[in-house]
Design a protein around this ligand. Sequence first.
Ligand code: IVH
Length: 669
Amino acid sequence: MKENDIKKYYNKKIAELRKHNKFYFDQSSPKISDKKYDEIKREILNLEKKYSYLTSNISPSNSLGFAPSKNFIKSSHRVKMLSLSNAFDLEDLENFEKKIFNYLNEKIDVEYSVEPKIDGISASLTYKDGLLVLGTSRGDGMIGEVITENLKTISDIPQKIIYKDFPKDIDIRGEVFIKKSDFSNLKNNFANPRNAASGSLRQKNSEQTKKIPLNFIAYTFGYFESKIIKKQSEFLRSLKKWGFKTSEHNKVLKNINDLENFHKNFEKDRFDLEYDVDGLVYKINSLDLQKRLGFTASSPRWAIAHKFSADSAYSQIEDINIQVGRTGALTPVARIKPANIGGVVVSNATLHNEDEIIRKDIRLGDTVKVERAGDVIPHVVLVDLKKREKNSKKFVFPKKCPCGFDTIKEFNKITKKYDAVRRCPDRGFDCEKIAVEKIKHFISKEAINIDGLGKKVVEKFCDLKLIRFPQDIFKLDYGQISKLEGWGELSVSNLKYSIDQSRNVSLDRFLYSLGIRHIGIENAKLLAEYTKSITNFLNFIKNKKFNDFLNIDGIGETQINSLKKFFENKSNYRIVEKLSSLLNITDLKVNKDGKLLNNTFMFTGKLENMSRAEAKSLIEENSGSVVSSVNKKLKYLITGEKPTTRKVQQAKELGIKILSQKDWLNLLD
Ligand code: IVH
C-alpha cells in the first residue's frame, strides 16, 4: 500500500474508534462487542508501530484514561482512584515484593490481603455522619462523574449507617457489577456484563438504572483516617459489619508461594463464581505499611493484580530483536508469525530479559505459546519442545548493545543477586537508542511536559535526524516540518506553541527530565531544594562537589555514583548547560498549609523501620523542611538509633529541641 492509502486507512480506523468511544462513553450504548472494539484499537496500534508517521490525538497510544462523560457533573476525588499494576507469573510477583523491600530498605515478613478482582466498574461513595452524600465513578482517576442517584438505586449500597464506629467522614470504594445469571437476560443489548454495568450506571435517568440489577462489593477506601483499624482484612471485616457486601473469597496469605497456589486453584474454579473475575488482587495487609509505601504516578506500591491467563495461541518465532530502554535495559522481543489471539493479530511478544530466555530455553524457530490480556504486551509463556527442530541452537544473548557498547549485569545489594536484566551502561545520550528513549522521557508529563510532541513524533523526528539531543527540540526547523506528510499549518503552530510553553520549568522537573538513572521525581526534588538554582547546581557539578549531596537526607551513594557517571561524560554536561540557556528554569514551589509549616528538622542516627527518604517526604508533605546541619535555623533534631554525639551536643548548646522518632511521629499525629 502507498503511504497515502495507509494514512487514509488509518484515519478511517481512527474515525471508527472516535464514533465507538462516543457510543460507549457518552451514550453508554456500545454498538460493537468489546472484542471488536479492542480489535480496532489493536489495529491502530499495530499500524502506528509499523508506520511511524501515523499519529492521532485519540489514538489509544495517547489516551491515558477516559475523560468523564459530558452527561454528568464532575467531582474531584479527594484521594485519586488509581489502577493496579499487573502480574502474570511468579517472577512478576517476586519483582513486586523485591521493589517493596527496596523501597522500605529492609526485608520484612509480609502478610497479604487476597481478594478477587471483580471485572466491573469502580465507584466511590462518600459518607458523612453516616449518610451517603456523594457517589462518583472513577472517571480519569482524578475527576469522576457524580452518579449518586444512580448508585442509590443499588440495594447493596447502604444510604444510612448508624454504627458508632462508622467513620464520620469516609470514601468507601468498590466494584459495581452484574451477575452472570442476570446478564443472560440482557445479552441482546450488551456485549458483556461489564459493559452492561457501565451502561446502566451511567444512564442520565436513574429510573433506567433501576431496570438493570446492579450489585456492589466494597473493597477499599479513598479518604479515611483511622487509628483503630490497622489491617486491610480488619477493614474488610468492618465493611461487612457496617452493612456492605464484601467478597466471600477474601483471604489473608503470607508468602508468594501461597499466593501462587491459591491463584492456581482459584483460576480453575473461577467460572463457577456468580460474577466475572479477571484475577486476584494482593494488598499488603498492614495499613501502616501501605501508607509508607504510597503510590507511584499510576498505581499503589502496596498492591498488585495477579491476572488469570488470557487468550493464547501457538506461533513460531521468526526472529528475536533487542530493544533498548531509557535506562539501557535490553529487552528481547520475539517476532512471531502473525497469530490471531482472541480476535487480535499479534506479531510481537516480549521475552522480558536474558534470564527468562535462558530459563525457558527459548530459541529461534521455536513454536511457542503466546498469551495476551487486555492492553498488556503479549508475552511468551512456554516452548512446545515437541515441535523443536533437531538442529536448533541455544539463543546467544548479545553482549553488546546495538550502539556498540559492552553491556553489563548489575548486582543488587539488597537481594544479593545479579539483576536478570542486561544493560547498556547508562552513558547518557551517547547511545543513540537510549537517547531516543531519554528524549521521550524528557518531553513527558512529569518532566518538561511538551503536550504536542508525542512519543511517536519523537521517534519520527529522531529517525529523520531532526532531533538527536533534547536541546534540538528548541531549535526545530518548523519550515522543514511543515513539508512533512501529515503536518498542516495548524499542527505545526500547535507544536511550536506547546514547545514554547514548556520553556518555563521548575528546577526539580528539569533535573528529573534529564533521565539520570536513580534520579526520579523525588530525588530530583531533593537536589533542587538543596541547590536552589540551576546556576548553583551546575557549580556543584563543575567543581565536582558531588559528595556535598551526601548532606541531603535521602541521597546516597547510588544516586551520587549515578550523577557522577552521568556528568563525567562531557557531552552530557554540555547538553545540560545548553538546555539551561534555552529554558527558563525556576525554583520549586512548596506546600504551604501543613502542620509542620515553618518548622525545620534534622535527623541523626538510624530511624526505625523507615528510610531517610521516607521520613523526609513525610515532613515535606506536612509543609516542614529538612536541613542538613545543626545551626540556629534548626528547630528540631530527631534522634534515631546511635545518633552522632557531636550533633546532639551542638543542638543542646543552641537550645534546639531534641525529639525521639516517637516524639516526632506524635507531632504528626
Ligand atoms: S483496589 C489503588 N481491590 O481493579 C487501587 N480493586 O486496576 C485500588 N478491582 O479500578 C483498587 N476488584 O475497579 C481493588 N478487590 C479489589 C478489586 C479492585 C476489582 C478493580 C477496580 C480498580 C481496578 C484496578
